[in-house]
Ligand binder design. Structure first.
Ligand code: NAD
Length: 497
């Protein structure tokens, strides 16, 4: 059985593993690999190596850093088949979705290739006679990225290309369920010419995360995961003097107005609710249908859901895979059971799906539920499964009140043909990313990604311009050059001040 190691100082590193964790293939339900979880000593070694490498890396010219990013971008493209297959084997999403994830991640590499354009400072000439002021941004030092299972490539790539291009060293802590892709990325960075120690991978569970959050050698933390853990990360890391942004969970809602094209809306809502088996922070688990369109919309979404081929992500034609673990499946099914017991109608039922040849896989089929009790956990919690609830509202005002009552605020969308209503929604909705007839409004990488409320703790979003700000510290330099010629000007500056 394959054993996935750490990656420290430009090589695989076995170290003194704390534990070994099994890595399941969620489609077969079988353990197909194992991962070494780093010990405290392994982490200390990675931090030491990263600190030393960072001091040198920060002095490498922007031209050279950019050249490495360009090479890395091409290598990721060349190796995307291998990377996608590793994602399918550990996460379960279908192959084309895995390729899509890599493409969205690569967009941040594209952005990092142009880092010199966004790292430019400002310059003010002669603010007083003979005195100039300029600003620059310098790396923060060693950055750790703590990542969730659901995007083993894209989410870390929201972080490391920008952190590295701006002159930091990076320690990636992937989820223990989906560790392999990070090792492939590490090897590609080495091939691209990145100096050893600038990019490291340290696997581990909550103890190691706690060590990372408190480690004096780590300067900044990028976290993406669930909201309860985001709170732990934010509280612990800030108490230890670190810069933090912690992206949390979601319960994204879309509003469908009566004037919307229902066929268009149903098709896109089905893709947003069931794609990647609903295991996306930008998935759409809840729709609020205004007026009397809810039942017709539910039938149309259910019809689209029935067409989705569920199975092993590498098999021909498969469009949706399993959820991540047996316990995730059990939880999702019990949330549906509970909502049904409270009076909800299960219009499309994925609870008992069996995929021939994969009877032990953790599959849940596309599910559509109407008339859900708003106090039911199926509506209140983040489901993270292929389940959509459709709730009726009598007016836009009632619908937006439901959306804004959510403790999360990641993404939200409206389906309408009325530009005025869409414009109003953009301002009314309490969410960081808004879609107009676009149910998954994930921004392109040259904008930043982030939610509001429980979906993001800390004030900077991730990637794009806010990513650059997060991974760098501002400095302002005031200078003068005394000489015979400029002496008079210099002295007059002092007198004026
Ligand atoms: P998770 O919070 O369980 O784990 C995230 C990371 O934190 C993992 O590396 C894990 O090892 C570590 N961790 C888990 N429990 C911990 C603890 N008690 N103390 C310290 N570290 C701990 O999340 P997950 O189940 O891997 O991923 C799914 C969640 O991530 C969902 O809530 C989803 O919405 C969220 N997510 C959010 C975004 C976003 O951009 N907002 C993107 C992707 C996923």
């Amino acid at each position: 059985m394959e054993t996935i190691q750490q990656w420290i100082n430009g090589a695989e590193y076995a170290g003194v593993p704390d534990k070994i964790a099994p890595v399941e293939n969620p489609a077969t339900g079988k353990v197909e690999a194992q991962v070494h979880l780093a010990s405290r000593e392994d982490l200390d070694y990675a931090v030491k190596v990263a600190q030393e490498a960072q001091r040198k890396w920060a002095k490498v010219s922007l031209a050279k850093r950019t050249e490495i990013m360009f090479k890395m971008r091409q290598l990721v493209l060349d190796h995307q088949d291998e990377i996608a297959k590793s994602i399918v084997a550990e996460h379960g999403k279908d192959y084309s979705d895995a390729l899509g994830e890599i493409q969205r991640g690569r967009e941040t590499l594209d952005f990092a290739c142009g880092i010199s354009a966004v790292l430019k400072g400002e310059y003010s000439f002669d603010v007083s006679r003979g005195v100039d002021v300029h600003s620059l941004r310098q790396p923060v030092g060693v950055v750790a990225g703590i990542c969730p299972f659901n995007f083993p490539v894209m989410v870390p790539m929201w972080m490391h290309p920008i952190a590295i291009a701006t002159g930091n060293a990076f320690i990636l802590k992937p989820a223990t369920t989906t560790p392999s892709a990070s090792l492939i990325i590490a090897k590609l960075y080495k091939e691209a010419g990145l100096p050893d120690g600038v990019f490291n991978v340290v696997s581990g569970s909550r103890d190691r995360v706690t060590d990372i959050l408190k480690h004096p050698g780590i300067d900044a933390i990028s976290f993406v995961g669930s909201t309860p853990v985001a709170h732990i990360v934010q509280d612990t890391a800030t108490a230890h003097g670190k810069r933090v942004h912690a992206l949390g969970g979601a319960n994204n809602h879309a509003i469908v107005l009566p004037d919307a094209d229902l066929d268009f809306a149903a098709k896109h809502i089905a893709a947003a609710a069931f794609g990647a088996a609903g295991e996306r922070c930008m998935a759409l688990p809840a729709v609020v249908a205004v007026g009397d369109i809810a039942d017709e919309l539910a039938q149309k979404v259910a019809a689209a859901g029935r067409e989705i081929k569920v199975g092993y992500g590498l098999d021909e034609g498969v469009q949706m895979g399993p959820v991540i673990t047996a316990s995730a499946k059990k939880r999702i099914v019990s949330l549906i059971d509970d909502a049904e017991a409270r009076g909800a109608k299960v219009v499309l039922d994925g609870r008992n799906i069996v995929v021939p040849g994969y009877e032990d896989g953790f599959f849940v089929g596309p599910t559509v539920v109407t008339g859900v009790d708003l106090e039911a956990d199926l509506y209140r919690e983040e489901i993270f499964g292929p389940v959509l609830t459709i709730t009726k509202a009598s007016s836009y005002e009632e619908a937006i009140a439901l959306v804004n009552a959510q403790p999360f605020g990641n993404g939200s969308a409206i389906f309408t043909n009325d530009g005025g209503m869409a414009r109003r929604f953009q301002l009314d909705v309490e969410a960081g990313m808004v879609g107009v007839n676009v149910p998954i409004p994930t921004p392109v990488a040259y904008y930043s990604f982030g939610g509001w409320k429980g979906s993001l703790l800390g004030d900077t979003h991730i990637h794009g311009p806010e990513g650059v700000r997060f991974y760098t510290r501002a400095k302002v330099v005031t200078s003068r050059w005394p000489s015979e010629e400029s002496y008079e000007a210099t002295m007059s500056f002092q007198r004026e001040d």
